[in-house]
Design a protein around this ligand. Structure first.
Ligand code: AHR
Length: 321
């Protein structure tokens, strides 16, 4: 450091102390993270946002948080604004898989590293992002399929499944469908008779389930919902149709949020596959590691389980989201 710069910093520190500010305020500039969240479409997403905000506080990282309200164009705008503000790191949970190439190239040209959380992107050049942390959605779909094939292994005749898909084009909707189908196709008695998006929301889950019930009625044996919120919405539709959820229709969903445990304890949901939203601490550690010049693992997979209704009451007190 040259003498003139040392003199300026000493002056700033003296001014800070005279003004009652901690000396550290000048000695260390806070790391700035720009985070673009998808929205607030589900109980899962709210827990994810909370995890990121509280972890940023704990780690002393300045968080610039932007809610995209489920729109890719808003996420792209947010990322561009983070680039313009010269944040240290950008992280985001991409609402859909495709269409990110241009903005990610802009971040790379500005030398701002990008971390993907929760959902992946589909880009040809993997160097456009440094790390992807989150669940293995394909495996979640497989877990749901394995649970169903085991539960129904002695059933003779066809098993009619209706499927509530997540947001069209999103990584969890694509992979959860694929993983589930991969398992059930081993036995031709399992048939998906209707499959439509419920956009990961309760309201849409209810609306689409009403339509399924109207079209197929008592023919439906199983509901596979790509998240708990849609399953909870669908449970309302099933009850309003005079049927018993988890008895007349077997219900499988994904996330393992508290709402799903409450539904299982009430005997209305058969099983939920875990997908943890608590990515905040891991993300903040990764941001610090990047600033310290470390290389992050390209993929960080979250460890997760599966909870059938029989264990719900015992597990519920341990649930953090
Ligand atoms: O990307 C994770 C999925 O997004 C969760 O399963 C769902 O609830 C959320 O909205």
């Amino acid at each position: 450091m040259n003498a003139q710069r040392r003199h300026v910093i000493a002056g700033m520190a003296a001014a800070a102390m005279a003004g009652g500010l901690p000396l550290g305020a000048f000695a260390q500039k806070k790391v700035v993270l720009g985070f673009s969240q998808i929205g607030a479409e589900s109980e899962w997403r709210t827990a994810n946002t909370e995890s990121i905000k509280s972890a940023a506080k704990e780690h002393g990282i300045e968080l610039k948080f932007s809610d995209a309200q489920q729109k890719q164009e808003n996420q792209i705008k947010a990322i561009r604004s983070f680039i313009a503000q010269r944040v240290d790191v950008i992280a985001f949970s991409p609402v859909v898989e495709s269409g990110w190439e241009t903005v990610l190239r802009e971040a790379k040209a500005a030398k701002i590293p990008v971390i993907l959380t929760d959902r992946a992107v589909n880009v040809k050049d993997d160097s456009l992002w440094v790390s992807f942390m989150g669940s293995d959605f394909l495996e979640e779909g497989r877990k749901a399929g394995r649970w169903l094939t085991e539960k129904m292994k002695d059933v003779k005749g066809e098993v009619h499944i209706v499927e509530l898909q997540g947001t069209v084009g999103s990584a969890p909707a694509i992979d959860r469908k694929r993983g589930f189908e991969e398992i059930i196709k081993a036995d031709p008695k399992f048939k998906i008779i209707r499959s439509q998006t419920g956009d990961f929301t309760r309201a849409k889950g209810k609306e689409v389930m009403e339509a399924f019930l109207k079209a197929e009625g008592k023919k439906i044996n199983v509901l596979y919902a790509h998240n708990d919120d849609m399953a909870i919405g669908a449970i309302q539709a099933i009850e309003e149709a005079g049927l018993k959820p988890a008895k007349d229709i077997v219900i499988i969903s994904i996330d393992a949020v508290k709402g799903a445990f409450e539904a299982m304890m009430a005997g209305k949901l058969n099983v939920t596959v875990e997908c943890s939203p608590l990515l905040g601490p891991q993300l903040m550690q990764a941001v610090k590691d990047l600033k310290a010049g470390k290389t992050l693992p390209k993929r960080i997979v979250t460890e997760e389980g599966i909870f059938p209704m029989e264990v719900a009451a015992k597990e519920f007190p341990k649930r953090k989201y």
